[in-house]
Ligand binder design. Structure first.
Ligand code: AHM
Ligand code: MG
Length: 347
């Protein structure tokens, strides 16, 4: 058994991601190994993107590409590089029949590579979240979400528009001070740190649980003029009406994955409400909100749009946006109570 840190005292080693996935797979006697291969494909692409990011200041890969994506946002060169690396790795692996990416307008159907190809999965990607930070050396990441291709269905737009509750796995890679891959397949959340000398992701954070409450709140306060009254009151309550001075601290990186990762490990809440510029909220339901909602729930936390559970929202369009309140359960519940006009919970 790995220890709390993922270290195997008997072997004196950390378990690798591949070993961990195979061990999980062996618990299911009819498993074909196809999901393990899919995760391997994703982790290989992550290592390639990681090496591009580590050399980003040296290679000619930073800066805007000159293109604008389907959401009208400027694409960074590394957005496109990351998109291409993940799509190519998944195509070669042959385990999925459909890819949908934040950086591509349409669905990307994948031709089977041969009789070995299973093609039973759909993968959704935000290839490089927070990429506007890349020029200034701030952590960015890749988010992925995995669904089954419904039986008897073609890899079409309709098959991709499944609610988040149908995800069979979700995860992210954060290219931070170290590179970590965190994922769930519905049986808890585990985190793996890339050992750059060995080139393997090692189980470093087994069975991650988000603290029920925390000190950090993350929100773009540049939008505060447009905040809903309840949200304004919640933030005021976090700042001033706690018993202990400095009970809460603002932490906002502007890279969802990094804000989420800190709050997952330390306890906190990330909020992106609807604003005049983004009347539906800014984050994308299918590439950002759903996968992180699955992860946070598996870690014992909560994710809503301020009212409804994120995972129950029925997507109507690929690039749909949503408001997001995600993190430690008590903090998200309190935010919801303020939004309903109920004020702070009775202590
Ligand atoms: P991106 O996927 O194009 O990078 O956009 C999503 C990002 C999130 O990572 C981040 O939390 C948010 O946008 C920041 O938005 P803002 O600059 O409006 O605060
Ligand atoms: Mg993003």
């Amino acid at each position: 058994m790995p220890s709390k840190s993922g270290y195997h005292p008997e072997t004196g080693r950390f378990q690798t991601l591949d070993q961990f996935v195979i061990e999980q797979q062996e618990r299911f006697p009819h498993s074909t190994g196809s999901f393990s291969r899919l995760l391997r494909d994703l982790s290989v692409a992550a290592k390639v993107v990681n090496s591009d990011i580590r050399r980003a200041g040296l290679l000619d890969v930073t800066g805007a590409s000159g293109d604008v994506n389907v959401q009208g946002e400027v694409q960074q060169r590394l957005d496109i590089i990351a998109h291409t690396e993940f799509v190519e790795a998944l195509k070669l692996g042959g385990e999925c029949s459909l890819i949908v990416s934040e950086e591509h307008d349409e669905i990307i159907p994948i031709e089977p590579m041969g009789p070995e190809s299973d093609g039973s999965y759909i993968v959704l990607l935000d290839p490089l979240d927070g990429s506007s930070n890349i020029d200034v050396n701030v952590s960015v990441g890749t988010i992925f979400s995995v669904y089954r291709l419904p039986e008897g269905r073609e890899p079409s737009l309709e098959s991709a528009l499944q609610p988040g509750s149908e995800q069979i796995a979700a995860g992210y890679i954060v290219y931070g001070s170290s590179t970590m891959l965190v994922y769930t397949s519905g049986d808890g959340v585990n985190g793996f740190t890339l050992d750059p000398l060995v080139g393997e992701f090692m189980l470093s954070h087994p069975k991650i649980q988000v603290p029920p409450t925390g000190r950090f709140y993350s929100i773009d306060e540049g939008n505060s003029a447009a905040f809903h009254e309840g949200l304004e009151q919640y933030i005021h309550w976090l700042q001033y009406e706690q018993e202990k001075p400095q009970a809460h601290k603002t932490r906002y990186i502007g890279s969802f994955i990094s804000d989420f990762h800190r709050n997952l490990l330390k306890g906190g809440i990330y909020m992106y409400p609807a604003t005049p510029v983004y009347p539906q909220g800014k984050l994308r339901l299918m590439y950002e909100a759903n996968p992180m909602a699955f992860i946070i729930e598996q870690a014992g936390g909560r994710a809503t749009d301020g009212e409804r559970r994120i995972l129950d929202l029925q997507p109507e369009a690929l690039h749909q946006r949503t408001a997001v309140y995600i993190g430690s359960t008590q903090m998200v519940r309190t935010a919801e109570a303020f939004l309903r006009g109920e004020g702070p919970p009775a202590s």
